[in-house]
Design a protein around this ligand. Structure first.
Ligand SMILES: [Zn+2]
Length: 483
């Protein structure tokens, strides 16, 4: 990154809300399904069909706004946002314009430079559109199953507070975690239930004006968000350096080419002719209702992080990793309940486990390894029944098959605990490295670990480490025999 320019990044995040039914009708709200099977006259926009607001969706948005430190407007209103597109059967989208549910909040994010506060301008409620599908034959089809799904939009404040792709990613990571903890969103970016549209501009450092911004679409992973923004910052700096002007436009992230490409230019703000929807009454968000939602607020990621540090003495970094989703936190809680070894369990989760999840492109939720099973593996190591090396081999099998750690350990021939067998191995080490043995005899006890390590190596990790230590100590204590 260059030094004479700085970036300013804002973000709009859309989240489909976890409700049973759609925003303004009783059709089922669920991902996928046969096209056009979850539709009714309301959500396909038949003339005369009347919308009724989904109370649960309104509560989800209030809960989100509270978790993001927003004020709640006493009266919120639904407005019609008019535009024409085939995925929008009514010719307008029901949204909120000047009286959204939540305003003026913030989210603190962790970055390599410390904590930064990102201000939030508004949190509002609207409905999702249908989905256009472009068929191989060149035709297009539209699926209205998604039409009318409750959609929440969270918009950062202007002027923008974020300055780098790393910060934008941290904001999205933090926001997604909150939405998942409070149970309003499943956080699935790859399925499009959580979507983000950053806007990016650059300006010479020291300038009090912001540059022309572009919007980036099609970012469906954290990695795409970070790379897309980093690429767009570089691209804009190159344009300015070459004496050009950045044009206001919407750009799409091309994952294959790892670059942003123009989708459409946006010379002027589209005229949406917002006006209050005459079919819907304003929402009266009285204090009693808001307070009852506040009082049932579940644990937020920050609180979970502090709780884990206090309860288990794990590091800040471990706690942050373990609280990235409520599923991670619950997994860890459950494993520690089963076997109280928080350090070791955290280290498995962040080490071998995370590595295999990464290789297989899976989330922790999809893994076959249950928290109890992971805990029992750690217990086998702690009780000296298997070596650390063997545990790694067992874990790979657990990960593949979901079989119990204890079963695999037994099946793999378990462990060598027979004193005579171990004594033979120790003698082998002594014969191979007499200097080490002499040092040990002369009181260099640090060499014990080394000898145990060598025995483990010879036994391919199967020697019982506790038993090996006992035998080494026994042999040292015995009078030297001529060899
Ligand atoms: Zn419907």
């Amino acid at each position: 990154m260059t030094s004479e320019y700085e970036a300013a990044i804002g973000m709009e995040v859309h989240a489909e809300l976890l409700t049973e039914s759609k925003m303004f009708c009783s059709c089922r709200n669920a991902f996928g399904g046969e096209p056009n099977t979850r539709c009714c006259p309301v959500c396909v926009g038949m003339p005369g069909a009347l919308p009724v607001a989904n109370r649960r969706a309104v509560e989800h948005v209030i809960r989100t706004a509270l978790a993001l430190n927003c004020s709640i407007n006493a009266v919120a209103r639904f407005d019609r946002k008019n535009y024409f597109y085939p995925d929008l059967p009514k010719g307008y989208q029901i949204s909120q314009y000047d009286q959204p549910i939540g305003v003026g909040g913030w989210l603190d994010i962790e970055t390599s430079a410390g904590v930064r506060r990102v201000r939030i301008r508004r949190v509002h409620l609207e409905e999702d559109t249908g989905k256009l599908m472009h068929l191989p034959a060149g035709d297009s089809a539209v699926d209205y199953n998604r039409s009318g799904v409750p959609l929440m939009e969270i918009v950062t404040e202007f002027p923008p507070d974020m300055r780098s792709a790393e910060e934008a990613r941290a904001y999205l990571v933090g926001l997604r975690a909150i939405l998942m903890y409070i149970g309003v969103s499943d956080g699935r970016m790859e399925e499009g239930s959580l979507r983000c549209e950053p806007n990016v501009s650059v300006r010479p450092i020291g300038s009090d004006q912001f540059g022309t911004k572009t919007e980036i679409k099609n970012l469906n992973s954290f990695r795409a968000v970070e790379r897309g923004i980093a690429h767009e910052i570089e691209r804009q700096i190159d344009v300015l350096r070459g004496g050009g002007k950045v044009r206001q436009e919407t750009r799409g992230w091309n994952e294959a080419r790892q670059e942003t490409v123009v989708q459409r230019s946006k010379e002027e703000e589209q005229e949406y002719r917002y006006f209050p929807d005459p079919d819907l009454v304003p929402l009266r968000l009285d204090d009693a209702w808001v307070e009852s939602i506040r009082s049932t607020m579940p644990e937020l990621p920050d609180q979970a992080r502090r709780r884990l540090i206090a309860a288990h003495g794990i590091s800040e970094k471990e706690a942050a990793w373990l609280t990235q989703t409520p599923f991670h936190a619950a997994y860890f809680d459950q494993a520690v309940r089963f076997h109280n070894a928080p350090e070791q369990i955290a280290s498995w989760l962040m080490g071998d486990f995370a590595r295999l999840l990464n290789v297989t492109q899976m989330g922790l939720e999809q893994s076959k390894v249950t928290p109890d099973n992971l805990a029992s593996l750690v217990r086998l190591v702690d009780s000296g029944q298997i070596s650390g090396k063997m545990a790694k081999a067992i874990f790979e099998r657990m990960f593949e098959t979901g079989a119990a750690a204890t079963d695999i350990a037994q099946e793999m021939g378990g462990q060598i605990s027979d004193p005579q067998a171990i004594r033979t191995l120790v003698e082998e080490v002594r014969a191979a490295e007499p200097d080490v043995w002499d040092a040990l005899r002369n009181g260099d006890t640090k060499k014990t670990t080394y000898v145990i390590g060598q025995v483990m190596r010879l036994s391919r990790g199967k020697a019982n480490p506790q038993e090996t230590r006992r035998i080494v100590e026994e042999m040292l204590a015995a009078p030297e025999t001529a060899s």
